[in-house]
Design a protein. Structure first.
Ligand SMILES: [Zn+2]
Length: 261
């Protein structure tokens, strides 16, 4: 057992493949639901045809539209939601892994979790929902999307950047834990050589041992040499404020100043 695993807080005692089996069951359930609603009309158990038509008419006539969405949007692209039955990565509860205290105790473990998530996102494709939202944003200049997702799939679907705010940050942005350095749109995979894995290794499968990575081999700040961390909002953290809050976008939209450039 790698020493990096032993320092994690609240580590539940679960069979090695438990998280993987949970995820497989969750993924097959998502696929089943998706197959049910794959036609042009939604299934009667989800939404009535009348409601669907009324929503479509209302959407077409609306100009100022705000959408809020989260992990469910990307589930059909195969991105784990890490909630409910799929709330585990290996044997770790993600709600205890995606925290400042877990990173402080074992940055190599938390970084490997995020390296896995970056890899999954880069290998996933935007689904029809991402594409529909991007298309809506192109047709409706005052449409604005608040995304809780950090996977970048909306952006890859062509969602205009001025019409979306990823309030929980991005898997492809990192910031220094010591200075104010921030890097955006870093799509390198693996992010550092220490995160490289053979092609046949699925890091979500607990049968593959995690690496014990020295802290100096984790992503480092090019300005001060400090440890970088994913520029995402972890459990127990507030949404970005002050200098870390993105300019424009959501604030402008709420103040009615939002206009297409
Ligand atoms: Zn720094």
């Amino acid at each position: 057992m790698a020493s990096s695993q032993e320092a994690t807080p609240n580590r539940p005692q679960l069979p090695p493949n438990f998280a993987n089996e949970l995820w497989q069951r969750f993924a097959s359930e998502q696929k089943r639901k998706l197959a049910e609603t794959a036609g042009t009309q939604p299934s009667s158990s989800e939404i009535s045809a009348g409601d669907y038509a009324a929503f479509t008419t209302h959407l077409k006539s609306a100009t100022r539209i705000l959408a809020l969405f989260g992990a469910g949007l990307s589930a059909a692209s195969g991105i784990p939601t890490f909630r409910g039955a799929g709330g585990f990565w290996r044997e770790y509860d993600c709600m205890t892994l995606a925290t400042p205290s877990a990173f402080a105790k074992d940055p190599a473990l938390v970084w490997q979790f995020y390296s896995y998530r970056r890899h999954c996102s880069l290998n996933a494709k935007p689904n029809k929902a991402h594409i529909a939202l991007a298309e809506l944003a192109k047709r409706k200049p005052e449409f604005f999307a608040i995304s809780q997702n950090i996977d970048g799939l909306c952006q890859r679907a062509g969602h205009p950047p001025e019409n979306i705010q990823a309030i929980h940050g991005s898997l492809f942005s990192n910031r220094c834990t010591k200075c104010h350095y921030v890097e955006n749109d870093n799509f390198k995979d693996p992010l550092v050589p220490a995160f490289a894995l053979p092609d046949d290794v699925d890091l979500a499968d607990a049968k593959f041992p995690l690496k014990s990575i020295p802290i100096e081999d984790l992503p480092r700040c090019p300005d001060c040499g400090g440890l970088l961390r994913p520029n995402v909002v972890w459990f127990g953290e507030s949404l970005p404020s002050g200098r870390r809050r993105p300019r424009g976008g959501l604030d402008e939209w709420f103040h009615g100043e939002f206009r297409e450039e």
